[in-house]
Structures are given as structure tokens and as C-alpha cells.
Design a protein around this ligand. Structure first.
Ligand SMILES: [Mn+2]
Length: 460
């Protein structure tokens, strides 16, 4: 096994150096290859230099070239019957997780209102453990002028939500679109597939477009990385239009031409509200409703730790502007399909509790989905049930999206940090809520993720 790993590592390094056109991939190095016992798959750890966006491009390039690399390896390594599937992961992920979580802790520790501290928008390529000094993202006042110029010089403006959009992302996009429409612009709200039909109550949902024909500028909402854009990703990365990146995730990779990242905001909807106010743009009632839905759901119905004084005041402001709290709560929390509850029952019935109930986890399989007659979008509430357990510190929900693709959702309490568990698997999010897509079968993903969760809980 060791010999196979060594062979794979050497040949892969050689192929990347000699056969890949992208200079960034040629500069990247394979630091470790870990084949599975049956040799069906192998995790390939890659160390790459550059900004997060550049390193992500390297990973995307490698994943794209996986077929070519495997078949060339097959030609060169004749002693192997099959060449394992290659799962590329960034090698510095753990150091990065440590860095992000320590900065989130700084945020948490700073009374009374946390400053907008985050990691640098363009971190240097260092992969070492030395702490990068925290710098502030550009303030709203620094970028407002540039955003204004982009709006003034554009007519067709795409308002983009992320893949598997939640009410914060889509509500922010639709609210901003409503404000643009009110000043005579032609907004084009767009959401990557699949269309989130559970959010069809948001005003303007019926104006969503598949592929706008004319585009002058793109605004993105609640999207930490370009990986969040699914099949729309090329639109963002074409470089053909200015991209304004509006978000509140501390893990944002600053991929926009203008980046308005406010990690102290409870929701991206709050960042949008601040921006609309700063630009003196109108906030019509349909925008207020969308922003209220964003704020309500991202604070867990004003229950999470991000329920700040400003968030509650914003709620009141939005009600003043025309949002109906009872109606939005009804649509957000009391409008579930029978199939959703059936699915939840099946998933919760498989719940496991470990380490005196500190670790609770459950899985949704494709079989459960079929049995309940439900869609993936209907699994959202399961993690909420898991995190309602009194003893819980870490709650994990596994979703068997495909035979070789497992999605994890993580929630935490106390000292535990959800990104510590998700970033090593290529995901991200917040301290209290994070997720990742793990390119492994459900059983393997469970084993790996739970092992790390147990280690982290025991070490805590
Ligand atoms: Mn959000």
C-alpha cells in the first residue's frame, strides 16, 4: 500500500509538472496520496500557492483533468490493475481552519459589538502555521462610491443567489433587484439549479431568470466562494462583467471586483440594508419582506447567537417598511409538506448519540427520500431537530446525495467550532453552522467525519 501511494505520488507530480498547461497547476505539488484499502479511490493532498481563488482554480483544474490523469497513470503504472479515483483536496486546509476559527473567536470575544475583523482579502500563499495578522475588510464607506458607479453605468444587472439558495441569499438578491427596479434599472435575479421552490413565497420569485441575455454587471449575495455558483460559475469567472460580492461569511474569498464583506452582520440581508441606505436607494415593501425573511431565517427565528440588538432593530425597521412578521414566519416555519415530516421522522429515527450526548448525528439516505416521496430541499429541518438535543455540542447530518458524494451539515454549541469539522473536508461556513460536500460514499464519509469530530470533542 505504501509503495502504491509513493508510486502514485511520484507519477502524479511528474504529470502535473510536464502535462498540464495551467502554470498554477505546474507550480502546485502533491504532498500526500492516501489510497483506500480496496484501491478504488485515493485522497490526493495538493499544496498550491496564491490567493484562495487561485488555489481553488488549481483544485478545479485538477478535478477537471482527473480522467486524463487517471488514464495516463494507467499507461505508466502497469503493475496496478485499476487506477483509483482521485479526490483532490487542498493540503493547508487544517492550518486554514485553525486560522479562521481563531479569528472567529476573536470576534466572539470582543464586547460589546464585534469589529469587522477578518482574515486578509488576499492572503499570501503561505501554508505554514504562522498566524496571519487580522485585517479589516474594506468598510462600506470605502466601497460605496465604486458600487454607485457600477450601478450608474449599468442597466442590466444580474442579482445572483447561491446554489441551494436559502432565504438569506435569495431574499437579498430579490430585495436588491426590487430596489434597482424602483430606480428604473433592469434587474435579472438568477439562482443556480436546482430552483428552490420552498422559497416561492418570496416577493419576486416569479421574476427569476434562467440565463439573462444582456448583462452589464453582476451582484452576488451570501456567496463565500465561486464554488457556490454551481453551473453559473463560468459567468462569474469570465471576467466580462464587474462583480460586486456582498456577503457576511468570514470565509469569503473576495472574488469580486468590489467586495463588501461584513462579518459582523447577522445576515447578508443586513449588509444589503446597510448598502441600500448608504446609497440612498429606495426600499419598497417587497424588498423589506425579502430582507425580513433573510434576517429571520439566518438568525434561526431570532434565536441564534447572531441575534444582535442591531438585528432586532432592523426587524422593526423592516416591519415599518412593510414586512409582515406573522406572514413571513408562517411561510418560513409553518408551511411544510407532509412528505417533509415523513422524511424527518425517518432520519431522526436513525439518530445516534455518543460521548454522553455531546455528539449527535443522523443520516438521510436516498432510500429514505424515496420512501417519504421527498426532495433534497426537504431535509433542511432535520439538523434543527438534532441540534435541539440538550446535551449536544456537535450535531452532524449526513446526506447521501450520490453513491460517491455525501453532504454534511454541522451545528455546534459552546466551544466547538463547526468550521473546524468542515474545512478539512473542503467546506466552510460559520462557527455555529457549517457544511461540506465530501466526495466519498456515505459510509466512508461517516467514518472519517465522525472520527475527526470525536477527536476534536475529546481534545476540547
Ligand atoms: Mn447568510
Amino acid at each position: 500500500m505504501l509503495r502504491v501511494a509513493k508510486q502514485l505520488r511520484e507519477e502524479l507530480s511528474m504529470l502535473m509538472l510536464t502535462e498540464m498547461k495551467d502554470p498554477r497547476i505546474r507550480m502546485a505539488s502533491v504532498t500526500e496520496v492516501r489510497p483506500s484499502r480496496d484501491l478504488h479511490s485515493a485522497v490526493v493532498k495538493v499544496s498550491a500557492l496564491g490567493t484562495d481563488a487561485e488555489r481553488e482554480a488549481v483544485m478545479a483544474g485538477l478535478r477537471h483533468a482527473e480522467g486524463f490523469l487517471r488514464s495516463t497513470l494507467g499507461d505508466r503504472l502497469e503493475n496496478l490493475k485499476t487506477i483509483p479515483k482521485l479526490h483532490f483536496v487542498l493540503d493547508d486546509s487544517i492550518a486554514y481552519a485553525v486560522r479562521v476559527s481563531s479569528m472567529l473567536r476573536q470576534l466572539d470575544d470582543a464586547p460589546p459589538t464585534p469589529p469587522a475583523v477578518a482574515r486578509p482579502p488576499h492572503p499570501s500563499g503561505d501554508t505554514g502555521m504562522t498566524a496571519t495578522p487580522a485585517v479589516a475588510w474594506p468598510a462600506l464607506s470605502d466601497v460605496a462610491g465604486e458600487v454607485r458607479r457600477i450601478i450608474d453605468s449599468s442597466h442590466h444587472i444580474v442579482c445572483m443567489a447561491h446554489k441551494d439558495a436559502d432565504a438569506d441569499s435569495l431574499g437579498s438578491a430579490l430585495a436588491f433587484a426590487a430596489a434597482l427596479r424602483a430606480i428604473g434599472k433592469a434587474p435579472h435575479p438568477v439562482v443556480p439549479d436546482p430552483v428552490p421552490f420552498t422559497l416561492d413565497y418570496l416577493p419576486g420569485f416569479d421574476t427569476l431568470e434562467k440565463a439573462p441575455e444582456r448583462i452589464d454587471a453582476i451582484f452576488t449575495f451570501d456567496c463565500a466562494t465561486t464554488g457556490r455558483f454551481g453551473e453559473k460559475r463560468s459567468l462569474l469567472e469570465s471576467g466580462a462583467h464587474p462583480v460586486v460580492n456582498i456577503d457576511h461569511h468570514v470565509s469569503n474569498t473576495a472574488y469580486g471586483s468590489v467586495n463588501l464583506i461584513q462579518a459582523d452582520a447577522s445576515a447578508t440581508g443586513q449588509v444589503v440594508f446597510r448598502l441600500l441606505r448608504a446609497l440612498d436607494l429606495p426600499i419598497p415593501p417587497e424588498a423589506a419582506t425579502n430582507l425580513y425573511a433573510a434576517l429571520l431565517t439566518d438568525t434561526g427565528g431570532f434565536r441564534h447567537e447572531n441575534t444582535t440588538e442591531e438585528a432586532l432593530r432592523l426587524g422593526a425597521d423592516l416591519v415599518h417598511l412593510g414586512a409582515d412578521p406573522a406572514w413571513i414566519a408562517l411561510k418560513s416555519y409553518k408551511s411544510r409538506a407532509v412528505s417533509t415530516l415523513r422524511l424527518e421522522a425517518l432520519a431522526v429515527a436513525t439518530m445516534h448519540s455518543e460521548l454522553e450526548g455531546r455528539l449527535v448525528w443522523s443520516a438521510v439516505t436516498r432510500g429514505m427520500l424515496e420512501e417519504a416521496g421527498a426532495a433534497w430541499q426537504e431535509t433542511d429541518g432535520v439538523i434543527d431537530v438534532l441540534q435541539s438535543v440538550s446535551t449536544m455540542t456537535v450535531a452532524v447530518l449526513f446526506k447521501e446525495l450520490q453513491p460517491e458524494l455525501t453532504k454534511i451539515s454541522v451545528r455546534t454549541r459552546g466551544d466547538a467550532d463547526a468550521t473546524d469539522l468542515c474545512t478539512p473536508f473542503g467546506g466552510g461556513g460559520h462557527r455555529r453552522a457549517a457544511g461540506a460536500e465530501v466526495h466519498l460514499p456515505l459510509a466512508v464519509a461517516q467514518e472519517r467525519v465522525l472520527q475527526l469530530a470525536r477527536d476534536q470533542l475529546r481534545a476540547a
